[in-house]
Design a protein around this ligand. Structure first.
Ligand code: ADP
Ligand code: MG
Length: 785
């Protein structure tokens, strides 16, 4: 039975076992009651006592727990524990409120501290009614002139009050109120302070469902405002809420949390890093965002550009980049395969090719070779615009591994692409005497077990497939290199699984969609980066035009023109089958229409995602063999398909595609030396974003510029569906808005690790703890000591 003792100051000292049992930390209040048979009953009290100022935390207050322990470490441990305090222990938070908060994702004090307002309202001064602007939220005072139930012309009943000050009058409206109750409250002659969104209908400005603070007879407005400093007389935070949770309650709870627990936030990023960047500390920043100081700029607050926002964003970036730096360093230290470059196959392949490698291909290849020769695993990302010749670079790297007696796995995001890679690679490898196999999801029975056996006994030297390649059943005899094409479609996880298929094989990641630098740093910051920034010679940029529906016949004429010259055409549709709801031209119906009415004399094929893999392959095969003039397709041809004789692409409903997708699609033409065109057909009623996208497509073919624009228009969350492929959830940081901070955080993190690789210097140990806590699992960081 744990013993209770009294401290010198007459405070009850509760032993740790009992504290854990009660779920309280130091400084939390505990209620003591006399129970049955004279036993004391202890309960965690709702009334939390503010923690003593930080300076005193270690010494006197924490003393009784473990007086002999090192002050700093203990202080941190306590602080960390305090941040985990459940919300129901906060003053004013009962079970119902804590449930609502949980719905908003606020489980503990730390969650609350980081639930930042999404907007701020300027309530520093009252606005005269005459100056209330529609579309803004305002605080003003006035007197009720009249209040009664009334109805719209359409017969809808609502309650209306007219309120005036010296300067003017405004109407308040409620649509579902109880009139008896409302009339009792909204008495003419009563004065109050009102808050709400001002809107305008015809000549009349009105406020729907305003908040009100009534003035008692004879009380002055200024006194009432001063008595509620959380909600008036300042810039007030507006929090993201959930149903049943109001701003006033939220502000009260948040103030409680900030006042009581701000001191528990750790200032971990070394001052030496923050000071040169003039960034405030974490505590001050969190406080300033919940309780903005009077001099704060409203616009800066609302745009997330205050020093406080920047400091928190930096903090988030810093830890993420530190994690990436550690990970990169960890990989660099691991033992890997040291390949030898014998040139045996690579020289032969070079002779087989009808062209020379571009300078960029050669440079990237030598970067890859340097990595492969090192006795550590390669983790390299190759970025190259569509058509820059990545497949060949991948094949060359694969040959290096094969020369050394290792197997290579090549993963593509779709069956069609895997098949295409296999065709290209198989053709060359047959001549080189290298065995390749294709693993597809549709493979069954004996065929499948045969292929798997060849992978397992090592006779299959290059193994190509979709994610099927990393299924459990696929065992490699000696996997030395994994190549992942079109990385953004794969999760970081799959990278890991592929790695585990071999003994620390080299990993080469290739992406056809240029990724803006900030995003690449965030997503792939632990990889080394190579960019193929040059297209093979003789390519002319694809000429791109927007065409409206009214010019459809000219568009058809353009297709006919190309076909007459022996070229081929793509026509792309967003959906497979027409649904009642949409006016989209479905690929299958349009293919029919085109071949019946428009081009009865031409050969037209159809490709869409619901076809069986072998059907798809047959169609692609005929198009490649020029047995088809026009290929009508959905976006299944999006990535990687290579038919250099296709010189015109018409994209129907172009406004419905994202920029990167349009760029990918367009990359299917302009792959030979002939002049190519891309026509973006659109119905004509373009949204602002839609128009922006199409204009970007018209103005440039540079994949990096398109990617930047795409990121800007769509934001990082939607860019290429990156959320699934590993965008970390930052609470404040935004890679678009805070791009330069990201660069600074990356430099700071990588620099710090360079100076202190083990993070063992004074103060850095807690950085390591915090890093593990935040990102350890996500980054699979295994740090010892
Ligand atoms: P991507 O980078 O989009 O994967 P591919 O590897 O499919 O590009 O290459 C696109 C086309 O360019 C292919 O037809 C390929 O044979 C050709 N190609 C690749 N490298 C060169 C080169 N150095 N010179 C000329 N053509 C090349
Ligand atoms: Mg490719």
């Amino acid at each position: 039975m744990p013993k209770l003792t009294l401290s010198a100051e007459n405070a009850l000292i509760i032993p740790p076992e009992l504290r854990n049992h009660l779920g309280v930390g130091p400084g939390d209040a505990v209620s003591v009651e006399m129970g049955e048979k004279g036993m004391l009953v202890l309960r965690a009290s709702r009334e939390s006592v503010p923690l003593p100022p930080r300076e005193k935390e270690s010494g006197a207050a924490a003393g009784p727990v473990h007086p002999q322990e090192d002050g700093a470490a203990l202080k941190e441990a306590i602080a960390r524990k305090n941040l985990q305090t459940r919300m129901q222990f906060i003053k004013g938070v009962g079970p119902k409120l804590s449930e609502l908060l949980e719905k908003r994702g606020v489980m503990c004090v730390e969650d609350a501290l980081y639930l930042l307002p999404h907007r701020y309202e300027d309530r520093r001064e009252l606005t005269p009614i005459v100056r209330l602007k529609p579309g803004t939220s305002a605080v003003f005072s006035g007197k009720v002139l009249s209040a009664d139930i009334t109805a719209t012309k359409g017969g809808r009943r609502f309650f209306e009050a007219l309120v005036a000050d010296d300067s003017g009058t405004i109407a308040f409206k409620w649509f579902n109120a109880n009139p008896t109750f409302m009339k009792r409250v909204w008495k003419p002659g009563r004065s109050g302070i009102f808050t709400g969104e001002v809107s305008q209908f015809g000549y009349q400005r009105e406020v729907h469902h305003p908040d009100v603070e009534w003035l008692e007879e004879g009380k002055r407005v200024q006194d009432v405002l001063a008595a509620d400093p959380v909600n008036f007389g300042r810039i007030v935070p507006v929090y993201p809420l959930t149903e049943g949770l109001g701003q006033k309650v939220m502000r009260k709870v948040m103030k409680e949390v900030v006042d009581g627990f701000l001191g528990s936030l750790q200032e971990l990023v070394p001052a030496a890093i923050l000071e040169p960047l003039s960034l405030p500390g974490l505590r001050q920043s969190v406080r300033d965002l919940h309780l903005p100081p009077p001099e704060a700029g409203l616009d800066d607050l609302n745009q997330g550009r205050t020093p406080a926002h920047r400091a928190i964003a930096f903090d988030e970036f810093f830890f993420w980049e530190l994690g990436l730096a550690l990970k990169k360093r960890g990989v660099a230290l691991e033992e890997g395969i040291a390949f030898q470059v014998t040139h045996r196959y690579t020289k032969q392949l070079a002779r087989l090719l009808p062209f020379e490698l571009t300078g960029a291909q050669r440079r990237v290849l030598s970067e890859i070779k340097t990595d492969m020769m090192a006795p550590h695993p390669m983790h390299r990302l190759v970025q190259g615009d569509v058509g820059s010749g990545k497949t060949l670079v991948a094949l060359m790297a694969a040959l290096v591994a094969v020369e050394n007696g290792y197997q290579v796995a090549i993963m593509a995001p779709t069956e069609i692409l895997a098949e295409q890679h296999w065709h290209t690679i198989h053709r060359f490898c047959t001549e080189l005497g290298i065995e390749t196999v294709l693993i597809t999801a549709g493979m069954k029975g004996k065929a499948k077990s045969e292929v798997l056996a060849r992978v397992a006994n090592g006779s299959a030297q290059i193994v190509i497939g979709t994610h099927a390649v990393i299924q459990e059943k696929v065992e490699f005899a000696r996997l030395g290199l994994g190549i992942i094409d079109e990385q953004h479609r794969f999760g970081v996880l799959q990278r890991g699984v592929l790695r585990k298929k071999g003994c620390n094989p080299d990993i080469l990641v290739m992406t056809a969609t240029p990724i803006p630098r900030t995003l690449a740093m965030t997503l792939f910051g632990d990889l080394s980066l190579s960019v193929i920034d040059e297209l093979p010679p003789g390519r002319t940029p694809v000429e791109t035009r927007i065409a409206f529906e009214s010019r459809r016949s000219q568009v058809y004429a353009a297709i006919r023109d190309e076909v007459r010259q022996g070229r081929q055409a793509y026509v792309i549709y967003p959906l497979v089958e027409e649904t009642e709801k949409s006016d989209l031209k479905a690929a299958s119906q349009m293919a029919e229409l085109l071949s019946r009415d428009v081009f009865p004399d031409l050969r037209i094929g159809l490709l869409h995602g619901r076809m069986a893999p072998d059907e798809k392959e047959t169609v692609m095969g005929s198009f490649k063999a020029r047995d088809l003039d026009i290929l009508v397709s959905t976006t299944v041809i999006e990535v990687g398909i290579d038919v250099p004789n296709a010189t015109v692409m018409v994209i129907e409903h172009a406004e419905r595609f994202g920029l990167s997708q349009l760029h990918q699609l367009r990359g299917r033409v302009g792959r030979g030396s002939a002049r190519s065109r891309c026509i973006l057909l659109t119905a004509g009623k373009l949204s602002e974003d839609g128009e922006r996208r199409l204009k970007v497509m018209e103005s440039t073919t540079d994949g990096f510029r398109i990617a930047e624009a795409d990121l800007e228009i769509r934001g990082p969350g939607d860019f290429l569906g990156i959320r699934q492929s590993g965008m970390p959830d930052f609470r404040v940081a935004n890679i678009l808005r805070d791009g330069s901070l990201l660069e600074q955080a990356r430099q700071a993190a990588f620099g710090l690790l360079e100076r202190d690789p083990e993070l063992s210097a004074a103060g850095h140990a807690s950085l390591k703890d915090e890093l593990l806590r935040r990102w350890g699992q996500r980054l699979e960081l295994a740090l010892i000591g």
